[in-house]
Design a protein around this ligand. Structure first.
Ligand SMILES: *Cc1c(COP(=O)(O)O)cnc(C)c1O
Length: 397
C-alpha cells in the first residue's frame, strides 16, 4: 500500500500527459442496437459512420434469431476450452462454413482475431525461420510476431521494392512467411496481393493475410483480398474476425492449409488456454455466412455507397486517401482541426472519429469514415452535405 502511493502518482502523470496532448480516448455511450442510426445516452439520434458494421448485420433479424435459438438449445456458455469439453456441433459447423467461404482446407476458431494473430506464429516458426511483415500491420500481428522466436523483417506499407529487399535479406532462413493485412485500417488500401504472390514465388516464401477489414467487403462476393486478386486457395494462412462484417459480436479464426490448422490445435496457446466461443455466437456466425452465400446484394449496396460517398467528397475538394475498401480516410493533417471537425459533424448528426498520433503518424490526422450496406441513400447524402458544410466553415475546402 505504501508503494501504491508512488505508483498512483506515476500513473496520474501519464494520464495528465495523454490529456494535455489532446490524445485522451473517451467512450461515447450508445443506448440502441448498433445500426446506421443509433441513439446516444444524451437522447440524440445520430448516423453512425464509424462502425465496422460493413454489411449492416449487427442487428440483422435472422442472425439475432439464430443466436436466440442457440441459447435456448445449448444454453449460455461452454465453461471450457475447446479440447476439454468446449466443442459443440455448432463450433465444427462454423469452422467448416468459414473454410467453405474462403476456399481453404480447415479452420480453427478463437475468441477474437487478436487471439488468432497472437497464437499463429509461435507454434509454427522458430529462430531458423523469418517473418517479413508490413509496417502497417495490425497491433495483434505485431504482438504475435513478438511472441515468436523467428527472425523479424519489416517492409514499408505495400512497398514491393522494399518487400523484395527484405526477402533477399531473409534468404538464409529455413522458412519465410510474408504477413500482411488485407485492407489497412487507417488508409483503406488493399495489400497488393498479386505482386506479393509473384514475389513469394520468386523468393520461395509463404503468405499470411489478415482479412479482418477485407472479408465480407472486398471482392465481388465479399470473399476478401484473395477473391479480389483471384488468389483463392493460394495463400497458406488467412486470419479474420467475426467482429466486423459478419455480425460484429466476437470471435476470430485462422483458416488455411490443414496441417497448419492441425498444428495450431495442438500448440496454439490462445486456443489451448482460453474459453470456447459461446454456441450462440457460433450459430449466429453460421447464419451470417449463410445469408451472404445466397446473394451479393449487401456487397453491391456497400460498394455503391462507398463509390457515391468518395466521388462526392473528391468533387467537393476533400483530400481523400485512395481506397479500395469501405474505409475512407478524409485527410485533415492537423490533430486539433480533425478533432474539431468530428465534433462539428456530430452536432450535425454524423458520428465519426478523428484519428491522430499515435494511431496514425504525426501530421497525418484524419477522420476515418466507414461506409455500410445499412446506410440508405439519404444517410449518405446527409453525411456528404454535413462534411461540405463543416469543411467550408473550417476552411478545409
Ligand atoms: C479488428 C482487427 C483485428 C482484431 O479483431 P478482433 O476479433 O476484434 O480481435 C485483427 N486484425 C485486424 C487487421 C483488424 O482490423
Amino acid at each position: 500500500m505504501i508503494m501504491y502511493k508512488a505508483f498512483q502518482q506515476h500513473l496520474q502523470n501519464q494520464l495528465d500527459a495523454i490529456s494535455s496532448d489532446g490524445l485522451m480516448k473517451t467512450e461515447r455511450i450508445i443506448t440502441s442496437p448498433q445500426s446506421a442510426a443509433i441513439t446516444l445516452s444524451n437522447g440524440s439520434t445520430v448516423l453512425n459512420f464509424c462502425a465496422n458494421n460493413y454489411l449492416g448485420l449487427s442487428d440483422n433479424p435472422q442472425i439475432k434469431a439464430a443466436a436466440v435459438q442457440a441459447i435456448e438449445r445449448y444454453g449460455y456458455g461452454m465453461s471450457s476450452v475447446r479440447f476439454i469439453c468446449g466443442t459443440t456441433d455448432l463450433h465444427k459447423a462454423l469452422e467448416a462454413t468459414i473454410a467453405g467461404y474462403f476456399g481453404t482446407e480447415d479452420t480453427i476458431l478463437y475468441a477474437a482475431c487478436f487471439d488468432a494473430n497472437g497464437g499463429v506464429f509461435e507454434p509454427l516458426l522458430t529462430e531458423e525461420d523469418a517473418i517479413i511483415s508490413d509496417t502497417l500491420n495490425h497491433a495483434s500481428i505485431i504482438d504475435g510476431v513478438r511472441l515468436c522466436k523467428a527472425q523479424r523483417y519489416k517492409y514499408n506499407n505495400a512497398d514491393m521494392v522494399d518487400l523484395e529487399t527484405q526477402l533477399t535479406a531473409a534468404s538464409k532462413a529455413r522458412f519465410r512467411l510474408i504477413v500482411t493485412d488485407g485492407v489497412f485500417s487507417m488508409d483503406g488500401n488493399t495489400c497488393p496481393l498479386d505482386k506479393i504472390l509473384s514475389l513469394s514465388e520468386k523468393y520461395n516464401a509463404m503468405i499470411m493475410v489478415d482479412e479482418s477489414h477485407s472479408a465480407g467487403v472486398v471482392g465481388r462476393t465479399g470473399g476478401g483480398v484473395t477473391e479480389h486478386y483471384n488468389a483463392k486457395g493460394q495463400v497458406e494462412i488467412i486470419t479474420g474476425t467475426l467482429g466486423k462484417a459478419f455480425g460484429g459480436a466476437i470471435g476470430g479464426f485462422t483458416t488455411g492449409k490443414k496441417e497448419i490448422i492441425e498444428v495450431l490445435r495442438q500448440k496454439s496457446r490462445p486456443y489451448l488456454f482460453s474459453n470456447s466461443i459461446p454456441p450462440m455466437v457460433a450459430a449466429a456466425g453460421i447464419e451470417a455466412f449463410n445469408l451472404l452465400s445466397h446473394s451479393n446484394e449487401l456487397q453491391e449496396k456497400l460498394h455503391h455507397n462507398t463509390e457515391r460517398f468518395v466521388s462526392a467528397m473528391l468533387t467537393a475538394g476533400f483530400n481523400i486517401k485512395p481506397t479500395t475498401s469501405a474505409i475512407c480516410a478524409v485527410m485533415l493533417f492537423d490533430a486539433k482541426l480533425s478533432a474539431k471537425f468530428a465534433e462539428l459533424l456530430l452536432s450535425r448528426g454524423i458520428y465519426v472519429r478523428s484519428f491522430s498520433f499515435p494511431v496514425v503518424p504525426r501530421d497525418q490526422a484524419r477522420i476515418r469514415v466507414q461506409l455500410s450496406a445499412a446506410h440508405s441513400t439519404e444517410h449518405i447524402l446527409h453525411a456528404i452535405s454535413a462534411f461540405i458544410e463543416v469543411g467550408k466553415f473550417l476552411k478545409v475546402i
